[in-house]
Write a protein that binds this ligand. Structure first.
Ligand code: ADP
Length: 456
């Protein structure tokens, strides 16, 4: 069933259900009141008639006046008074057969009773006159309230129920259309988006915080992620095939040339050395790729341990300076917290070591071994590590690609590299629930900021 119809049905169902219960309640109470009230009228008339006919002349006169002035005559009113014998037998009374026998029996035994036969209502009472004689007073009349007022009231209820039903039908239709309309628009626009135009976004209403706006924003966020990952995939495939193809083509070319004719042993040695060099490059690139792929996993299998960030940075400094003695790393302990336990993170030590050394080696490499500053500090929940160099920087328009595997900026011709270090570092940091942010200015330098949650 269409959502719009569902909304209409639910709204109508709730409304009609409520109105019917409400109407039945009112109808039941009013008709109950109509019964009780009419019996009360019959009772007053029965008693006053009995008094008027059976009592002293003076009293009777007053009652007659009262009756005439204050009591309206009821429709089809019929009243009979029958003297009751001392044994209270009533069956032989002349004319009693027109009354329901059960009703008369109850009047005689209980002193009073009521009865109704569709629209005619009966009231009976045993009246004892002032001279101690008992009389059976039976009165009947048509209950005009039931026959006219209540049926008028019932019709009124049915008509208002019908009108209200039409109004609510219209309101629920308009209301459901208003709710569904933005969703239909979203569906329509989403259908327009495909891999060919992943840059398209749904229009957002920034000031609105309702569910539809949240859905739009969530969907746009998802498109952002999809587009980035799609672009990375595209870049990765072209970069990777280029990077892996270059040494392979060179190996094949060298071997082809060497085998084209018989050569001096020295030539073979030289060729083999070139081939070995290219094969080593190829091997480095594929193992870097493998590492990158492995760190892309969720990290469930690896073991996280408590690691002090200051200790980690000291170790990395040692490694970096050992790899190339020209590398200079200066650690700034100025923001060290008083409580060293705040510096502990949950980490896989070898991987964090690898990530931090990649960032610091980049700093050294791209600044031609000018000193690289490493500082760290803590907030209530996070440890922040800054790696700052005074190197060539990254062109602004290329910053967005630095995490693409094998991507190398246009100003890196004079520096060796494979374009794996940064994506690898970011994967490792993310695996530790952290974030890596890189900001840079060409000719001035680069700052890499690592933010990792404090260990639990
Ligand atoms: P590479 O092996 O090329 O250094 P990375 O993945 O570590 O690969 O870095 C990717 C690219 O980002 C580099 O080629 C370079 O253009 C840029 N880059 C990274 N770090 C720096 C830095 N500290 N200074 C200047 N450019 C950098």
């Amino acid at each position: 069933m269409k959502t719009q119809n569902k909304i209409i049905f639910v709204l109508i169902g709730v409304f009609v259900g409520y109105t019917i219960i409400f109407s039945v309640f009112i109808y039941y109470n009013i008709s109950n009141y109509a019964f009780a009230d009419f019996y009360k009228r019959l009772e007053i008339r029965a008693i006053t008639t009995a008094k008027f006919q059976l009592e002293e002349k003076e009293d009777a006169e007053v009652i007659r006046e009262l009756r005439q002035e204050h009591l309206e005559t009821l429709q089809d009113e019929k009243i009979n008074l029958y003297p009751l014998s001392s044994d209270r037998s009533w069956k032989a009374i002349d004319g009693i057969e027109e009354y329901n026998s059960g009703f008369v029996e109850e009047v005689v035994t209980s002193g009073t009773a009521t009865f109704n036969d569709q629209k005619t209502f009966y009231y009976g009472v045993v009246y004892r006159s002032s001279d101690q004689k008992d009389y059976l007073v039976l009165i009947s009349a048509e209950n005009y309230f039931i026959t006219h007022h209540i049926s008028y009231f019932r019709n009124l209820l049915f008509i208002s129920l019908g009108v209200a039903f039409l109004i609510i039908l219209l309101i629920s239709f308009l209301f459901s259309r208003k709710i569904i309309e933005p969703i239909n628009q979203i569906i329509h626009r989403v259908n327009e988006i495909s891999t060919g135009n992943l840059h398209k976004r749904l229009p957002e209403q920034s000031d609105n915080d309702d569910a539809i706006s949240k859905l739009t924003r969530t969907f746009n966020d998802m498109l952002n992620r999809l587009e980035t990952s799609f672009e990375s995939q595209k870049n990765f495939i072209s970069n990777a095939s280029h990077e892996l193809n270059t040494p392979l083509t060179s190996i094949i070319g060298e071997a082809d040339v060497a085998l084209s004719k018989l050569r001096e042993p020295a030539y073979y040695i030289e060729t083999l050395m070139t081939i070995l060099e290219d094969a080593e490059k190829l091997s480095k690139k594929t193992s870097a790729l493998l590492l990158l792929a492995q760190t892309g996993f969720d990290g469930k299998k690896q073991k996280f341990e408590k690691l002090r960030v200051d200790q980690l940075i000291m170790d990395v400094k040692g490694t970096v300076e050992k790899i190339n003695p020209k590398n200079q790393v200066q650690i700034d302990f100025g923001l060290l917290p008083e409580n060293p336990s705040l510096l502990k993170i949950d980490a896989i030590e070898p991987l964090m070591h690898l990530a931090m050394s990649n960032l610091i080696i980049n700093g050294c490499k791209y600044s031609n071994h000018k000193p690289v500053q490493v500082a760290f500090g803590v907030t209530d929940t996070q440890v922040i590590i800054l790696v700052k160099d005074q190197g060539i920087g990254i062109p602004q328009n290329e910053l967005q690609f630095i995490y693409d595997p094998y991507f190398r900026a246009s100003n890196t011709k004079n520096h060796e590299g494979y374009g794996i270090g940064l994506p690898l570092a970011r994967n490792i940091i993310r695996m530790h629930k952290g974030q890596l942010y890189v900001s840079s200015e060409t000719g001035k330098g680069t700052v890499a900021r690592v933010v990792i949650p404090i260990g639990s």
